[in-house]
Design a protein around this ligand. Sequence first.
Ligand SMILES: [Zn+2]
Length: 439
Amino acid sequence: MRMISEKDFEKNEEDRRKAVDTLLKLSKQKHDPDAWRRLKEILYPSRKLDVDVIIDDTTLREGLQMAGLTTPAPEDLAEIGRLLYEIGVERIEVMTYTPTDKDAIRMMIDNGLGGMLAGWSRAAKQDIDEILKLDLKQIGISHPVSYYHFAKWPDEHVCNLVSRVVETVEYAVDHGLKVFVHGEDSTRADWDFERKFVNAIAEAGAEVYRICDTVGVGCSLQDHPLPNGIPAKIRSIKKETKIKSLEIHAHDDLGNAVENTMAAIRTASGLYEKFYVSTTFLGIGERSGNAETEKIILNLYIHHGLYKWNLSLLRETANFIATALNYHLPTNKAIVGDSAFAHESGIHLQGIRIAPAIYEVFPPELVGQTRKIIIGRRTGKHGIVLKLRELVNQDVDEDDPRLKKLVELVRSSLLQVDRKYYLTEEEFKKLASEAGFRV
Ligand SMILES: [Zn+2]
């Protein structure tokens, strides 16, 4: 074996000491926003974007289309709208067809959200009329752009399909609406056709074209070819069409919705002044759903230093939506799930006890979460010390004989053959009291 000499690592050792010092100083057990901000800048040097990213949340349109969810009351829909507004999303897409949709829209307008609501419609004048009756100011007109979807109209010439969309766009623009056009199945569309389509709707007055990755087949690689390559699509649209702004709407069928959305934003940086991002809270949507609003916001916060959204409401909003729609929020859901900041195994708890940032990407309080210490089969002394601190606000000395006793008591109750689950708080408190702690 080659000798590893201290000399080769002198500089690393010096840096290691500095890094640990910084970590211990800035990663706090109790959230300290200033310390966190300084730590964040050290741990995650961000790269600024040269584009205004606008979150266009579609939980109240796409999210509600997810199969098997219950339809919430209009009051609940309006409350979701209010939470999204408080978080600071800039646009909210809504469904406009049922009496519940309409009641919810009226409530949101009464709450002052009218300017940020966008109705969703087909390329049909009667849909536009309905949206005008609701007094909305923005509209998204959806139409397929891939030949495969044109199988729905086997006898129609493509020219007629484009004319239908153009006419509807002109009608909406003439009635004072700000118009988005959603190119359904854009990531499987023939580029020559899509280019003509985008130019036609831009000439008709549409301001934004939405690239819909309808079946989630988009690819984030910079040099991936059209039609699946999302960066290539954004560059081609910039180069060969007249549309003012773009939007990405990514589905998660291959698990790439967040990555594809981020790739789209990064490609748009420097090319476009504004870039819209269509996302849903918790990623709810058709089939496997969409890019999660909360994940995009956190990616932009961590990697690109965008601080314009109120992160502290993310957990509350997730819980509200899950309850209102009867959606089972997966326990390991990033950012907002129950176990996103839960720790049980000894090695992890040791890290958390030294400095939470060892195992937490950001402090739970930042997104309205709390750290959870779970006392289970893989928990040792460190976890028990943390749990005592959490439950009874007591700091315990390593050599305290009560601690030794409590570790034994916890172990013997969890290692019973038929015991499969962790200790409840009540059980832990009982054992702590048996060991001599005042709880
Ligand atoms: Zn969709």
